[in-house]
Ligand binder design. Structure first.
Ligand code: CA
Length: 218
């Protein structure tokens, strides 16, 4: 899962990047309003964490501009400003939820999961098809008789595919979901991941649609 972190404070930013990565996420970190506005227009992010006090362009203005331009990324505002009017204004401008600093990482992760579930219109933290179930809380994947907790990249791959069973994802669409900016991606990285998942769960878990990409069956 790819996360956009918008935060100018180096200490908080470094802490959040480390926490999110150890929770198995890919993180792109921007530190000012203009880069944030640009990044929010990219559809690759599952969620954005937005600090309000930013240099150059205030977080509220970033959010307002991004929503006006049609950006649909779910946004969780993380801010020290806990005044009620700020919260209300932020929600009016298109934030999906709020978390007031300082907060504990487990609460942040739980809010992120809840927000993404709401966005996907699901009440439970599971993605399922006829053959497979992916638990987005524990990262456990079941297919047929077998259940295993997936390592971070394999989880990210299966999450992307399981969100749209029957939809064919191209290599570049998968890479976009799995890797951050400036990350070296080996040309066969996606195949290696898919091979690893198939080795554990069987060939039918991910179908190769020749010349087009991959999908999980509905
Ligand atoms: Ca700040």
């Amino acid at each position: 899962m790819r996360v956009l972190l918008i935060e100018d404070d180096a200490l908080i930013g470094n802490g959040l990047v480390a926490a999110l990565k150890s929770a198995g996420m890919t993180v792109d970190w921007v530190r000012n309003g203009l880069s944030a506005q640009e990044a929010l227009r990219e559809p690759a992010y599952a969620i954005a964490l937005l600090d309000l006090g930013l240099p150059g362009m205030d977080g509220m203005a970033v959010l307002k501009a991004a929503r006006r331009q049609g950006a649909e990324t779910p946004v969780l505002v993380i801010t020290a400003r806990d005044a009620l009017e700020d919260r209300v204004a932020g929600l009016d401008l298109g934030a999906d939820d709020y978390l007031v600093k300082p907060f504990e990482v487990p609460e942040l992760l739980a809010r992120m999961r809840a927000l993404m579930r709401r966005r996907a219109g699901r009440a439970i933290s599971r993605l399922s098809t006829r053959e497979a179930v992916l638990d987005t809380g524990t990262h456990e994947f079941s297919h047929g008789e077998r259940t295993e907790r997936l390592p971070a990249r394999e989880y990210a791959l299966m999450q992307a595919l399981m969100e749209r069973p029957g939809h064919i994802f191209s290599r570049s669409q998968i890479e976009e979901r799995l890797y951050g900016w400036g990350e070296e991606v080996e040309s066969n990285a996606v195949e290696v991941l898919i091979h690893s998942v198939r080795r554990k769960f069987g060939k039918g878990v991910i179908l190769n649609i020749r010349g087009a990409g991959w999908m999980v069956p509905k």
